[in-house]
Design a protein around this ligand. Structure first.
Ligand code: NAP
Length: 247
């Protein structure tokens, strides 16, 4: 029987693959047979070791979105057919105090770099007439307001919008463009919240699953969205959040 979920023969690039959700996605895609390029602004050695220990194929790439246009030449002739835009940052402050520097840094990495990395990938595939899959990492804050994270909320709403417009423009080129909207996942991104006893309790009280998500909870969803099983799924923003009780 044909395996609808295999990624064998595909090459994937995952940004921010050194840790957290990006690491889990890289390891999961490799487990499904993809050759995974682990891209990061620092060493992805831990992720590479995990993939190689499990018998997978991988390589690394230094990619720092301090320059949002950093990936402009990454896809030329690289035969990559899966792009996971996972790299992202969060800066917390009350909206009355939020600085221009924090606004620009968050928008550059989470929004501008994501769009122009999609563009570089899409242009290469369309020029070659090759099918492909993009998975953008959005957030619960792509649909709700959040607190003390104005640039992050704005950028993640933009990720959902960019996902939908590219899905519309590129469906005819057999390029699917979807997003995953994680709820609260236990990574560096949420370390400060988990250390704040009151916030942690308030967050847990609104998660019907009763626990923080693990990065692994996101990996399988990403693999599904890149697989043939999802070939007619495009423009979706999938919540992976253990259920969420809106405020
Ligand atoms: P994380 O552990 O902080 O991972 C963020 C990744 O982005 C790291 O690999 C980080 O590299 C990379 N990154 C940051 N700035 C970069 C830059 N200038 N250039 C290249 N890479 C850069 O947190 P995470 O939770 O796994 O976050 C992954 C994605 O999930 C993000 O887009 C985040 O917004 C999203 N998300 C997370 C949650 C959650 O609850 N954790 C919920 C919703 C959405 P360094 O390790 O070098 O900093």
């Amino acid at each position: 029987m044909t395996d609808l979920f295999t990624l064998a023969g595909r090459k994937a690039l995952v940004t921010g693959a050194n840790t957290g959700i990006g690491q889990a996605i890289a390891v999961t895609l490799a487990g499904q047979g993809a050759h995974v390029i682990c891209a990061g602004r620092r060493s992805c050695d831990e992720t590479v070791a995990a993939i190689e220990t499990a018998g997978g194929r991988t390589q690394t790439l230094l990619l720092d979105f301090a320059d949002p246009m950093a990936a402009q030449n990454t896809f030329k002739g690289a035969d990559v057919s899966i792009l996971v835009n996972n790299a992202g940052i969060i800066r917390r402050a009350d909206s009355t105090e939020y600085s221009e520097a924090d606004w620009d840094a968050v928008i550059d990495v989470n929004q501008k770099a994501l769009f122009f990395t999609c563009q570089a990938f899409g242009k290469e595939l369309i020029a070659k007439g090759q099918a492909g899959s993009i998975v953008n990492i959005a957030s619960l804050l792509s649909v709700q307001g959040g607190i003390r994270v104005p640039a992050y909320t704005a950028s993640k709403h933009a990720v959902a919008g960019i996902t939908k417009i590219l899905a519309n423009e590129w469906a005819a080129h057999n390029i699917t463009v979807n997003a995953i909207a994680p709820g609260y996942i236990s990574t560096n991104n949420t370390e400060a919240l988990r250390r704040d006893t009151d916030r942690n309790a308030a967050i847990l009280s609104r998660i019907p699953a009763g626990r923080w998500g693990d990065p692994d909870d996101i990996g399988g969803t990403a693999a599904y969205l890149c697989s043939r099983a999802a070939k007619y799924v495009t423009g979706a923003v999938l919540n992976v959040d253990g259920g969420w009780l809106a405020r």
